[in-house]
Each structure stands twice: as structure tokens, then as C-alpha cells.
Design a protein around this ligand. Structure first.
Ligand SMILES: *Cc1c(COP(=O)(O)O)cnc(C)c1O
Length: 386
């Protein structure tokens, strides 16, 4: 079976996890700050808060940015549901901005049009959450400029994009956003099994993220609002959660992140090879903006259905029948039943819907061999009957 994405685990990874299991601290040990520091060192962010998933990171990021009832978060419909759900957790509302037809990322022109209308009716968003789909950075300069003009905060969902660069700078640097979130789910670029991280350059946001991760509890005297009773003392100063990452996971993260550059380089080699192998087929290959260096979490092809005699579904099924576990990223969030109940309709975001009817994520991960790639291309060619 060839999967669309999968983890790469080395002996060093295994040794790191076993080392923690033989130690005193299975959680809240030295590996958490070590992992946070190693991600900060690779991104240039001033603060990092490791948590048990990107979904948790998105949730506490929204809370740290004061998102609540009466507020709006806007994101792209072409994302995993978590990017939108995090706003609903906070009692806020969600709306979407359609995608750019070439990058499949949130379209800054569509964003500006929607902002003009929202300003007119007095419903501007508090947060805009761009998603670096497939690992290709969004047009952050344009989104940031609109943020300055219309006064919204920017939460980057960089679940696909650790190791990516925008205008030469690592995603996570925070130059164009308030908080950036990474995911370490096994299909992503590096893994901690489950896990995520929130990065920021803002001291106050970092303090809030740290409190929200663990019950709103602090042991630091300067964060306490009453005098310390004694050395056993802690204080709850906010309502937080238990979103902590374990030390086994953090040790795995430290070991994995050391290979980040290698992984992204390997993903580019695979993408380049697909670009060559697929060049003469009736497909739209992943266009890359010159400002971006993608992390290539995904390699998405789009079928030029007008030039193909068979359907999207048939091609998908033909690949799966040969144990090529292709996937589709993403079903537009606004078409999910839960979102349709909130009043969203098919047709609301036509570009994301058109993308959904044509897109297939073909296998992309560091362990993919040349023979695997050739097999995928051969099965695809046969399935398309061209
Ligand atoms: C994977 C993913 C998430 C959720 O990540 P978890 O770590 O599984 O919570 C959120 N947003 C996007 C775009 C993702 O790809």
C-alpha cells in the first residue's frame, strides 16, 4: 500500500522516546522547553508553546486573541474543519473567504471585497486565519496590509508549513501575523504522534498561551494576583485547559525537527520528479508562487475534466483499487452538514467548490521511492484513459 502521507521514524527517534520512558518525568520535563527552543531557533519566533494538537493550539490562540461571542473569525473553506471549529469553541462565529484559483490559498482580493462589505454593515472580523495549504505560504504581505487597515488579528494555520519560507523567511517568524500554529500529526512534515505548537513574538500573548495550556494555573510569583502562601502554592488566574504535550512526544519532536530541512528538501525532490512525470497529462500541477518555498506537505493534482473521458470519482477509485491511498484536501468546510445548519450553502464559495470537484492528493512523503512514484503515475495515466 502506498499512502498519501506517513511518518518517518528512525532509531534515534525511538531511543529518544525510550529515554524519557526510563526517566522521572513523563510529562512537563526538560524536553518540552527543548522542543520549543528548537522550533524557535528554526523559525525566529520569540516564544513557542507546545501543546497536544494543532487544534488545541488554534483554540488557545483564539482565546489569547480575545475571540468571543459576537466576534467573527474568517478563514478559507479549503481547510481542515479545525481551523473554523476553533472559533466556535470560543462562542464566536465563522465566515469564509474564497480561494485563489492558482495557489488554492485564501484569496487576498476576495478578502478585501468581503472586508469592504463587512465594514459597511459593521461586521468586521476580529481574526483572519489564513492556511498555508499544501505547505505553500499565503500572500501574507497583502493579508497583513489588510489587517493594518481593517484592524483584525492574524492567526496563521501553518499545520502544513513547518519548514516553508515566505519571501526568504521561515513560516513561524511572525513577521506578518500575531500567532502561528504548527501540527505534528503523523501525516504532517514532522511528528510527535499527536501534537501542535503556537508561536508568537508578543510577550503578553505568550504568557496567555502558556496559562491556557495548563488550567490557567501559574507558579510564577509575577503572574499571581495574591501573595504566595508557601512553596506548595500555585494560583489559577484564568480558565485554561489540559492541553499539555507529554515529554515522550516532545523528545520525539526534538529528534524529528533535527531532520526538518532534510525532509523538506526530499519533498521538493519528489515534487520535482512528479512535475516531470506528469507533465504531458491533462492535469493542473501545483503552481508555485515565486515568493514561496513550500514545505510540500501535499502534492495536489487537478483533473482537467473537459479533456478526460472518466470522472473524478472513477479515477480516485481506480487509484485506491491499486492500493494507492490517494486523498482529497479538502471538502469545503461550508459544505459540511454542521456548517450547512448554520446557513452556509453550496455555491457560496465557487472557487473552493470547483477545486474540490477536480483535486486529488497523490502520495507525498519522504519514504516514497522512485518506483512508487512511477507506479502512481502509471496507474493514474491508465485510469484517465489518455
Ligand atoms: C492537521 C491540521 C489541523 C489539525 O491538526 P491536529 O494536530 O490534528 O489537531 C488543523 N488545520 C490544518 C490545516 C491541518 O492540516
Amino acid at each position: 500500500m502506498i499512502r498519501y502521507g506517513q511518518q518517518d521514524i528512525t532509531q534515534a527517534d525511538i531511543d529518544a522516546v525510550v529515554g524519557v520512558l526510563k526517566s522521572v518525568n513523563l510529562t512537563q520535563g526538560a524536553n518540552i522547553p527543548k522542543f520549543e527552543w528548537s522550533v524557535m531557533a528554526r523559525t525566529g519566533a520569540r516564544h513557542a508553546v507546545a501543546v497536544n494538537s494543532a487544534t488545541s493550539a488554534l483554540h488557545i490562540a483564539c482565546l489569547a486573541l480575545d475571540l468571543g461571542p459576537g466576534d467573527f473569525l474568517w478563514t478559507t473553506p479549503n481547510t481542515f474543519v479545525a481551523t473554523a471549529n476553533c472559533a466556535l469553541y470560543c462562542g464566536a462565529q465563522v465566515s469564509f473567504v474564497d480561494i485563489d484559483s492558482r495557489t488554492y490559498n485564501l484569496c487576498p482580493r476576495a478578502l478585501e471585497e468581503k472586508l469592504i462589505e463587512a465594514e459597511r454593515v459593521g461586521r468586521l472580523p476580529k481574526i483572519v486565519a489564513p492556511v498555508h495549504h499544501t505547505g505553500q505560504p499565503c500572500d501574507m504581505e497583502a493579508i497583513h496590509a489588510l489587517g493594518e487597515k481593517y484592524g483584525f488579528k492574524i492567526l496563521e494555520d501553518a499545520s502544513h508549513a513547518i519548514g516553508a519560507r515566505y519571501k526568504g523567511e521561515p513560516i513561524g517568524s511572525g513577521r506578518y501575523s500575531d500567532i502561528t500554529v504548527f501540527s505534528f500529526h503523523p501525516v504532517k512534515i514532522i511528528t510527535t504522534a499527536e501534537g501542535g505548537m503556537a508561536l508568537t513574538n508578543n510577550d503578553e500573548l505568550a504568557t496567555r498561551l502558556g496559562l491556557l495550556r495548563s488550567h490557567g494555573i501559574t507558579r510564577e510569583p509575577e503572574l499571581m494576583t495574591q501573595l504566595m502562601d508557601g512553596p506548595w502554592y500555585y494560583q489559577q488566574v484564568a480558565l485554561g485547559y489540559n492541553y499539555r504535550m507529554t515529554d515522550m512526544q516532545a523528545a520525539l519532536g526534538v529528534s524529528q525537527v533535527a531532520r526538518l530541512a532534510h525532509y523538506v528538501k526530499r519533498r521538493h525532490e519528489i515534487a520535482d520528479r512528479y512535475n516531470t512525470l506528469l507533465a504531458n497529462l491533462p492535469l493542473t500541477l501545483p503552481w508555485q508562487h515565486p515568493d514561496s518555498y513550500s514545505a510540500y506537505h501535499l502534492y495536489v493534482i487537478r483533473l482537467q475534466l473537459e479533456n478526460i473521458g472518466v470522472s473524478h470519482l472513477e479515477i480516485f477509485e481506480a487509484l485506491r483499487a491499486k492500493d494507492i491511498m490517494v486523498n482529497l484536501h479538502y471538502i469545503p468546510v461550508h459544505t459540511q452538514p454542521y456548517y450547512q445548519k448554520m446557513g452556509f450553502r453550496d455555491g457560496d464559495y465557487p472557487e473552493a467548490e470547483r477545486y474540490y470537484r477536480e483535486a486529488i492528493s497523490i502520495p507525498m512523503h519522504p519514504a516514497l521511492t522512485d518506483a512508487d512514484q512511477e507506479f502512481v503515475v502509471e496507474v493514474l495515466r491508465e485510469a484517465m484513459e489518455v
